[in-house]
Design a protein around this ligand. Sequence first.
Ligand code: PBG
Length: 334
Amino acid sequence: MSTTYGSFPGARPRRLRTTPAMRRMVAETRLHPAELILPAFVREDVTEPVPLESMPGVVQHTRDTLRKAAAEAVAAGVGGIMLFGVPEESKKDAVGTPGTDPDGILQQAIRDVRAEVGDDLVIMSDLCLDEHTDHGHCGVLDAEGRVDNDATLERYAEMARVQADAGVHTVGPSGMMDGQVRVIREALDGAGHQDISILAYTAKYSSAFYGPFREAVGSSLKGDRKTYQQDPANARESLRELELDLAEGADMVMVKPALPYLDILRQIADAVDVPVAAYQISGEYAMVEAAAANGWIDRDRAIMETLTSVRRAGAGMILTYWATEVARRLNRGE
Ligand code: PBG
């Protein structure tokens, strides 16, 4: 195709890269604060926020500092917040009772944040048992110690009701149990919560990159989640999960982790007509922070590059621990 004049190239893509203004003008992908969602941890019975060693810059909030973080997110124009509760160790049990206790830490956090920001932020909650069980699995176990899908669904239905009663806008089922979206939709509708939406963790892979999260929620998990989370080797089952989640009533769908699964994100984004989110998870955060702390990469550029790549691959919304920081940078026009 390219015309040549003597030995010189006729087509020069570099012309469109000459100045910052030119590059900005032709950029195909832009980030906006409203599409960022801040995941946040709130821990029961602490009076000071607890820093997370494996996620420098992220803390387990107290109820007070969580409210403050939510207010700051609103001020920065962040779109939503995804809440994770960390109950007191002694309250965890085999069925994850704190997850369905109306006064459990997550429900308190939802009420706190709703009181603080009202409808100015989309308040979302993790709908899963692993933060609340003493064995650390996302569901309840049967007599042989396997995660019991259908018994777990009953617990999820109850969780959906208490989270909705507490004032959440959107629930985020992340446990990868079969049929969870349908059961949660029915539970919400049956309790008069027709307007509460579901952000389904549709393609959720069994990933080593969840490592730091387990510290963040004080997880006591031994073993792994390979019987319910997806095998990193598989792409097509994500489309099957997608089909099921949509049929069961998912309002929005999510791919998780983000960066190692951009191909999945692209396939899902091309296949659906509902909003698609991606979760830039704890290990993705930790990798960048650790390399930057060693002076091995440029932290700010790396953060923007990963988010831009996730956006480019088809995510309309991104859950990221850098949400507020990045929103502020975007507001400054950086
Ligand atoms: C399950 C849940 C997990 C994350 C979000 N929801 C952990 C897991 O599935 O093991 C991980 C988030 C992160 O790593 O940042 N409740």
